[in-house]
Design a protein around this ligand. Structure first.
Ligand code: A2P
Length: 340
């Protein structure tokens, strides 16, 4: 069987990764429709050796497809995802727009695959935030074994998560500064080249940013546990591809570093790179970018807390953090025979 698919936001950073991943995983694609704004209509994109013309989302008839992968921003999903779902196709939405709705499943296939069946209510499944996805893939086996009660996390997030304009801003500022010219910021509120910005998304009344609160809400929803305490600080760094996270957990039951290492080594989607020597750890550029895994390093017992454990978690934010997770959700729908 093959499935007709629409990629919404096909010219964007995540959309391009979706097209690559559909091809790399040999996903059973029948007809493929690549959609973006009218600005991109007619642009040609290659898939499996064939050229496809980008079409204007506003004119597209979603009754032609079985699955629609959305990644064109929250307001586009807000308007078009319900229109697509009303035609009977399943929407897998990469934006934050529907994630907190109770009747919309929020799915990481390695963590809560059972939740996917809930898509029937509205025909929409939400893909979690990139930082949440990689953290939970790493924490799931530890939570199952020892019950995580609290998570302190600091992120080091790549600019590609913001989109193509941010990739250009980092490259452009870097070139200008190295040529002795001043940096200009349009996408980020401060210079991103050679810098670190402790703000991702907008500020909330409680002093946290929306990105930080997404990690709180989404962790509780996906782990189905509102009592789990999550305390994030999200930081944008001048890295193109790959988010990193320093994750500090507290567990109900004591978990040794060695136990954690074996659990992680056996966990789906996880690659352990953890040797206490120079370079014996994963970094975004050298290990994660362009790869599918969630890489875990620096696994150690917290010297400041009896039941604390520290980890360094790295993954490609456009792949596992976005496009790959969406395609894996589509694969789940097929393997669980939910697409009839
Ligand atoms: P376009 O290239 O035509 O603007 P990124 O996250 O890299 O910035 O990409 C955003 C994606 O979302 C692009 O594919 C972009 O298409 C698409 N997009 C943005 N706004 C709209 C819109 N109003 N309708 C359809 N697609 C949109």
């Amino acid at each position: 069987d093959t499935y007709d698919i629409a990629v919404v936001g096909a010219t964007g950073a995540v959309g391009e990764a979706m097209i690559d991943i559909l091809e790399q995983r040999d996903f059973p694609v029948g007809e493929l429709y690549l959609l973006a704004s009218e600005r991109s209509a007619g642009k040609r994109i290659n898939f499996r050796g064939k050229q496809y013309a980008v079409e204007d989302l506003a004119k597209f008839d979603f009754s032609k497809v079985k699955i629609a992968l959305f990644s064109a921003g929250g307001s586009v999903s807000e308007e078009y995802a319900p229109i697509a779902a009303a035609t009977g196709c399943v929407v897998i939405d990469n934006t934050s727009h529907f994630r907190r709705d109770e009747d919309i499943p929020l799915v990481v296939p390695e963590v809560n695959p059972h939740a996917v069946a809930g898509f029937h209510a509205r025909g929409i499944i939400a893909n979690p935030n990139c930082s949440t996805i990689q953290m939970l893939v790493a924490l799931k086996p530890l939570h199952d074994a020892a019950v995580i009660t609290r998570i302190n996390v600091a992120t080091y997030q790549a600019v590609s998560g913001t989109g193509k304009s941010a990739i250009e801003e980092l490259a452009g500022q870097t070139a200008r500064l190295l040529n002795g010219q001043p940096a200009q910021s349009k996408v980020y509120p401060r210079q991103i080249a050679f810098n670190a910005l402790p703000q991702i998304d907008s500020f909330q009344d409680n002093g946290y940013t929306r990105e930080e609160m997404k990690m709180v809400w989404e962790t509780q929803k996906i782990f189905e546990d509102d009592s789990i305490a999550v305390n994030p600080t999200c930081v944008r760094v001048p890295v193109f591809h790959g988010h990193s996270e320093a994750v500090h957990i507290e567990t109900r039951d004591k978990l040794s570093a060695q136990e954690a290492r074996s659990l992680l080594a056996a966990a789906p989607g996880v690659v352990v790179i953890d040797e206490p020597k120079d370079g014996g750890y994963a970094t975004p550029v050298t290990d994660a970018a362009g790869k599918d895994g969630v890489f875990v390093s620096r696994i150690r017992e917290d010297i400041s807390h009896e039941k604390g454990l520290d980890l360094w978690v790295v993954s490609d934010n456009l792949r596992k953090g976005a496009a790959l997770n969406s395609v894996q959700i589509a694969e789940l729908l097929i393997s669980q025979k939910l697409l009839s």
